[in-house]
Design a protein around this ligand. Structure first.
Ligand code: SF4
Length: 183
């Protein structure tokens, strides 16, 4: 850990102010980055090439691995919910991601210059995403999801006791995770 007990307490106070209680501090060196995750983006995901915060607009898998290696403290935030219709997912995600960006900014302003957020789902801020980082409508707000940074979210979060399963139907609970890289 790169900060003392008081600093950790003040960070926890910020999380509390935002209403976050379902989160855990983690060692970022335990974040698992895998090539198979990128392959799933490239083949099988409709957002590949259509989201300014998804591959191929994110770094290579090797660069993602390098990015995570530079941190000693991070937080995983858990979001769960039921989604009866696919279209409801985007409205909910937009709201949650907008709040998470504010949290990242507050941590940054608190003196943690490396603070960087990975959204709990794909960006979703715009109804029609430009699909390109250079032409993104909200370049200061958009962030990649962990999966877009080649994180094996399933194996990573299970190491810390979080629950996550492949959903086979919309009536099943959805567990999503945001990562906040702190220091
Ligand atoms: S802010 Fe809009 S244009 Fe930019 S990545 Fe997100 S959805 Fe796409």
């Amino acid at each position: 850990m790169s900060f003392n007990v008081e600093q950790r307490q003040s960070l926890d106070d910020i999380f509390k102010t935002y209403g976050y209680t379902d989160y855990k501090w983690i060692d970022p060196q335990k974040i698992i980055v895998s090539q198979w995750v990128r392959m799933k983006c490239m083949f099988g995901c409709g957002e590949y090439g259509h989201s300014g915060a998804c591959p191929p607009n994110t770094p290579s898998v090797a660069d993602c691995r390098q990015f995570f290696s530079e941190y000693s403290d991070a937080v995983i935030l858990h979001f769960e919910g039921l989604m009866d219709k696919p279209e409801n997912r985007y409205a909910r995600t937009r709201k949650i991601n907008a709040k998470l960006v504010k949290l990242e900014r507050q941590i940054f302003l608190g003196g943690y210059e490396r603070a960087f957020l990975l959204f709990m789902d794909s960006c979703c801020f715009c109804k029609d995403c430009t699909g390109n980082r250079e032409t993104c409508n909200q370049p200061r707000m958009a962030r990649p999801a962990p999966e877009a940074m080649a994180v094996d979210v399933y194996t990573t979060v299970r190491q810390f006791g979080f629950n996550i399963n492949v959903r086979t139907d919309y009536d099943q609970k959805m567990d999503r995770y945001a990562f906040l890289m702190v220091a």
